[in-house]
Design a protein around this ligand. Structure first.
Ligand code: PLP
Length: 375
């Protein structure tokens, strides 16, 4: 059988084995509902409490500031749509042109019912500039929502500085930290954000579970009405197994963060040097300060789609635009926003390496790309 090389870790990641093991009892015999007072509910209740503590520690939050959600799309929608109930006289949101569609489409939804949204442009490296936020923020701004790291090009944004500007104008600050949590140090106190979204399947946890950090004392209406789970912020019987798996996966990634990071940077450099040594005409997108393992490349006079399919035929999975956008053959909104030269823009692919990729994978990816482009 042909070897499969998975290099699309920004889209999703392999489930951590210890996380799967920790989940198993709660998928089988420990099926009690945490909201019940009897003894059979004790184990799942305790497991959720512990998971909340572990996750809080990983981002320097308090346990009661962690709200479990079904995914980061839910976390993002919840925060953006909260303007309807919590915005008061403040009726506008500021975000950036390169956010994930979970943020962009939530913004479109509130626009349809009369709220205003401003989209900040980015530099050619994909950085949101403090000056552009300062110019546009007003006393009408309820929320500024800027991602911690971009999912296509990996650029890490100056969140602390942007949050400071938001707060100086009385606005709240949200960051979509999906690509960052479990991969680079994230400290909510240091960043001073009011809300932060994360998703387990991006850090080797299970799919269908995420969390939202809500800074203590911040008003937030519950998007899902029902019981009083999640401190009244999010109703619904808890997904115990997935919550447990998410905590184990996050802790394992955080414990090995430096080691993983160093390995990924080395692997990244190897891809770039091999392509350069073979005289391939390409540019690398994104900032120097980026998520480890993210390699967004644009090849001159190529189509990203063609490269993706040829690599796929060779058993290698990479992406063109963002994963949620892969049926769309137009240039992604992120690539449009950073405006690479026209002759390169269409030939963009994203190789996103994860902790399980090996040096052999990298050699195979580089060889495959060189063969496709040179033949
Ligand atoms: N935000 C970013 C930056 C992402 O990369 C993704 C997933 O691709 C999401 C949000 C959505 O995450 P989820 O799949 O948990 O809804």
């Amino acid at each position: 059988m042909k070897k499969m090389i998975y290099a699309d870790n920004a889209a999703t990641t392999e489930l951590d084995k210890a996380a799967l093991e920790a989940m198993m009892p709660f998928l089988s015999f420990e099926y009690g509902n945490c909201s019940q007072p009897y003894a059979f509910a004790r184990k799942p209740k305790q497991a959720i409490k512990q998971a909340r503590e572990v996750i809080a520690r990983c981002i320097n939050a308090e346990p009661e500031e962690i709200i479990f959600t079904s995914c980061a799309s839910e976390s993002n929608s919840h925060v953006i749509k909260s303007i309807i109930w919590n915005g008061g006289n403040r009726r506008s949101v500021i975000t950036s042109e390169i956010e994930h569609h979970a943020v962009l489409n939530s913004c479109e939804a509130i626009k349809k019912i009369g709220y205003s949204v401003t989209y900040l442009p980015v530099s050619s490296k994909g950085v949101v500039l403090e000056e552009s936020l300062k110019k546009i923020i007003t006393k009408d701004t309820y929320l500024v929502s800027i991602m911690l790291a971009n999912n296509e090009i990996g650029t890490i944004e100056p969140i602390k500085e942007l949050a400071y500007i938001a707060h100086s104008n009385g606005a709240l600050f949200h960051t979509d930290a999906v690509q960052a949590v479990g991969h680079i140090p994230v400290d909510v106190k240091e960043l001073d954000v009011d809300f932060l979204s994360a998703s387990a399947h991006k850090f080797n946890g299970p799919k269908g579970i995420g969390f939202l950090y809500v800074k203590k004392g911040t008003a937030l209406y519950s998007l899902i009405s029902g019981g009083s789970q999640e401190f009244g912020f999010r109703a619904g019987t808890e997904n115990v197994a997935s919550i447990v798996g998410m905590a184990v996966a996050l802790k394992n990634n955080c414990d090995k963060m430096n080691e993983n990071r160093m390995k990924l940077v080395e692997l990244e450099n190897e891809v770039i040097s091999s392509l350069k040594a073979a005289d391939i005409d390409f540019i690398r997108n994104g900032a120097e300060n980026h998520i480890p393992g993210n390699i967004n490349l644009s090849f001159r006079d190529w189509e990203g789609e063609t490269l993706l399919h040829r690599l796929d035929l060779m058993g290698i999975s990479v992406s063109t635009g963002s994963a949620c956008d892969s049926v769309n053959t137009q240039l992604s909104h992120v690539i449009r926003a950073i405006e690479p030269p026209k002759e390169y823009a269409n030939g963009t692919i994203r190789i996103s390496l994860g902790k399980n990729n090996t040096q052999e994978d990298i050699q195979d990816i580089s060889k495959a790309l060189i063969k496709i482009i040179k033949d």
